[in-house]
Ligand binder design. Structure first.
Ligand code: HMG
Ligand code: MG
Length: 297
């Protein structure tokens, strides 16, 4: 078995985790959550998104959040367009995540654009970001399955990844948006991407709707991936992907990796305290195994 000695966890709870919450989480609590997470050892984190507040009201305080957290190592902000990039840079962002699904129906629902239209729009945006020395991450949604179109052809996923690769992005975060992929699909896609796109940072982003995310992470590890997005407390979900549940819970991923001897640099006790901070403000039950066990202790 060829497993890595270390893995990088990109915490996406403050963004993916909170964007889908029923109620607006006060800015102060978001900032306290982010600060506590950074103090738990994370080095890369999606902290907010610069998107239309009409579409995603939960992220409407992106600029305020950045005032308090933009100085951390690698605060990543998500944005779909030029307007968002301008606001992100003004707020001090040094790492920007653009996002696009493989499936056009999903993109119409999520960003009101087809895949082709959005890709064309992002091309000059990415070029400009790279000229300014900004780290660019491209998040690829519906890489396996689409809530509207069903199974996605892996060749279409590869083609979209290839398009971003050729635009010069630094990282691809490849997502199972609705948590439907199997370990077999995870291994096959990540093996293919590793082979076809040498030199780029490849990250796996699993939602846990069908409780297969940990198995999918293990399959991705076997395919040579050692970067994983996850969300503290298992919060998360895309408001425009019906049926999607939260991201895989960070604490369960970190526990699994540590038990396998794969270091992450994250302190689990401190991570649990970070989840305690946000718990009173979220509507869903936090059902990760590790967090529940800790509550009992
Ligand atoms: P639209 O209505 O087609 O755009 O929305 P528009 O250009 O006509 O603009 C509409 C309004 O939004 C205008 O304001 C714009 O100025 C404003 P108005 O004139 O009506 O007052 N606007 C913005 N405001 C702030 N920041 C911006 C911005 N852009 C326009 N960047 C748009 C198109 C893309 C803006 C909209 O559809 C949108 O914001 N969508 C975001 C959806 C979203 O955030 N989804 C969740 C993130 S993706 C995800 O979770 C998946 C991921 O986790 C991976 C996975 O799991 O799959 C990454
Ligand atoms: Mg997601």
């Amino acid at each position: 078995m060829n497993l890595p000695e270390t893995a990088t966890i990109i915490e996406v709870g403050p963004r993916d985790g909170l964007q889908n919450e029923a109620n607006f989480v006060p800015t102060e609590q978001k900032v306290a959550f982010i600060q506590s997470l950074f103090n738990s050892g994370f080095r890369e984190m999606e902290v907010t998104s610069f998107v239309s507040p009409k579409w995603v009201p939960q992220m409407s305080d992106a600029a305020e959040v950045m005032e308090y957290v933009s100085h951390y190592d690698k605060t990543i902000v998500l944005t779909p367009n030029q307007r968002g990039v301008e606001a992100a840079l003004q707020a001090g962002a040094k790492s920007v995540a653009v996002f696009l699904g493989v499936s056009s129906t999903f993109n119409q629902k999520n960003i009101n654009r087809t895949t082709e239209e959005a890709l064309k729009g992002l091309h000059p945006v990415i070029k400009e970001l790279k000229m300014q020395g900004i780290f660019v991450r491209a998040c690829i949604s519906t890489a396996f399955h689409c809530p509207y179109e069903g199974a996605v052809d892996p060749d279409d996923t590869l083609a979209l990844c290839q398009a971003f690769y050729e635009m010069g992005v630094d990282e691809l975060s490849v997502a199972d948006t609705i948590g439907k992929a199997t370990p077999k699909e995870s291994f096959a896609l990540f093996s293919k991407l590793k082979e076809e796109l040498p030199g780029i940072l490849l990250t796996a982003h699993f939602h846990d709707t069908r409780k297969m995310a940990l198995a999918n992470i293990y399959a991705a590890l076997l395919a040579g991936i050692n970067r994983f997005d996850s969300s503290a407390g298992g919060l998360g979900g895309c408001p425009f992907a019906p049926g999607a549940s939260g991201n895989v819970a960070t604490e369960d991923v970190v526990y699994m990796l540590h038990e396998m001897g794969i270091e992450t640099g994250i302190n689990l006790d401190s991570l649990v305290k970070s989840i305690d901070i946000i718990k009173p403000y979220v509507s869903r039950e936090l059902s990760s195994w590790y967090y529940r066990e800790h509550q009992k202790a």
